[in-house]
Design a binder for this molecule. Structure first.
Ligand SMILES: [Zn+2]
Length: 153
């Protein structure tokens, strides 16, 4: 799809070494506009939206913080560990404000599957519908997220 010139600037911010060492796009060769469209379609195909997912991530993060690095059991089956890795990171979509670099790891005790994210992931999913490119170390695969957290629409 044709890409808005503003997304070109965002795409440049997402390259390795601009805002983060590893960048946000991994080895994904799609244009940013197509990454956004594809993930958006994957989420809406399951009758979900970015807000539902971001809200659940936010809720688990807040509960997990109470463990101060130790696991917290949420809803009887989700084990949440929030590790503060110090420092903050900016949004590549050029928002003001900085997001803490804490790492949130959630394990579904019923299935043994885990998924991780950061505060910036939550912001980018909520505000931009952006889950990062394929192969990016901080990509949050939306279908994994829905399955592992057992999010219902
Ligand atoms: Zn933003």
């Amino acid at each position: 799809m044709k890409q808005d010139p503003r997304l070109k600037i965002v795409e440049k911010n997402m390259m390795p070494g601009e805002i983060s060492n590893s960048g946000f796009l991994g080895n994904d060769e799609r244009k940013l506009v197509d990454i956004l469209l594809d993930d958006g379609q994957a989420v809406t195909a399951l009758q979900m939206n970015h807000q539902i997912l971001a809200n659940r991530m936010e809720d688990l993060t807040e509960k997990g913080r109470q463990g101060f690095g130790n696991p917290i059991l949420v809803d009887g089956f989700l084990e949440v560990i929030v590790e503060d890795s110090r420092g903050t990171i900016a949004c590549p979509f050029q928002h003001k404000g900085m997001y803490p670099k804490e790492n949130v790891r959630v394990t579904n005790r019923n299935t043994g599957e885990s998924i991780s994210w950061t505060a910036l992931n939550i912001h980018m999913i909520r505000e931009h519908g952006f889950y990062e490119g394929k192969g990016s170390p901080f990509r949050v695969e939306p279908l994994d997220l829905i399955r592992i957290l057992e999010i219902k629409g």
